[in-house]
Design a protein around this ligand. Structure first.
Ligand code: 0O2
Length: 205
């Protein structure tokens, strides 16, 4: 019932159009950042950009998990990731370069930064999360739109994809073995990321 009302509001054409507009703005910025960094470092920087608008069911689940009533207002005020953009690159130093350039954008306001690479989650999840307010200007009004940008390496993305399918948000009782294995693989992936970076740095010498 709550989810139905939420679903109705989330499928409002104006709501969706605004979210699409913000996603395009971010994609555009990321392409410029990619051009700048790729030219500077003489190699392709961004491997992949993905995006999604969180659906009503996922919003409702997250609001409940955080202890909030399932309302459109709470979704707007309490959740940072109704709009999510993911950037994937090859090396871990690149992702910090991309993040630095994103943070320099005058029109983006950084709300929160969560470095799950320096401090991986208990599950082993690694990524850099930047939460921004992005202005949407229409006629004489400016409306801030909250966005979460996840930046990670290909290896981190591989790990998160497998975790998503096997463990994340699944029944914890059944997951013990897979969780343990994934935690170990997360350490392996971190080691491999560092080795790949070392390999590139040696090749650049
Ligand atoms: P989905 O399916 O991506 O929509 P905040 O309120 O911003 O401080 P938040 O959003 O409650 O914090 O939590 P957090 O831990 O920063 O996670 C945000 C997103 O990171 C998640 O969104 C996932 O996309 C990803 N994530 C976090 N932990 C894990 C993990 O252990 N495994 C995987 N595979 N992904 C993870 P959602 O809404 O949970 O999911």
């Amino acid at each position: 019932m709550y989810t139905e009302t939420l679903n109705h509001k989330l499928s409002d054409p104006e709501f969706l159009l605004k979210k699409e507009w913000v996603i395009r703005q971010i994609q555009f910025k990321l392409r410029l950042i990619d051009l700048e960094l790729s030219a500077q470092h003489k190699r392709t920087m961004i491997q992949k950009i993905e995006h999604r608008i969180k659906d009503a069911e996922s919003i409702a689940r997250k609001l409940m998990k955080k202890g909030y009533k399932i309302t459109f207002e709470n979704a707007y005020q309490k959740l940072n990731d109704i709009i999510g953009v993911r950037v994937v690159c090859l090396y871990r130093d690149d992702l910090y370069n991309i993040a630095d350039l994103l943070k320099q954008q005058k029109d983006f306001t950084l709300i929160k930064e969560k470095d799950y690479i320096k401090n991986p989650k208990k599950s082993g999840y690694q990524s850099l999360h930047l939460i921004f307010d992005v202005p949407l200007t229409y006629k004489d009004t400016v409306e801030q739109q909250r966005v979460e940008i996840q930046i990670r390496t290909v290896a981190m993305d591989f790990w998160a994809g497998v975790d998503n399918q096997i463990c994340y948000k699944k029944n914890p009782a059944k997951m013990k073995t897979a969780e343990r294995a994934l935690k170990n693989y997360s350490t392996e992936i971190s080691r491999m990321d560092k080795q790949m970076l070392e390999l590139r740095r040696n090749a650049e010498r």
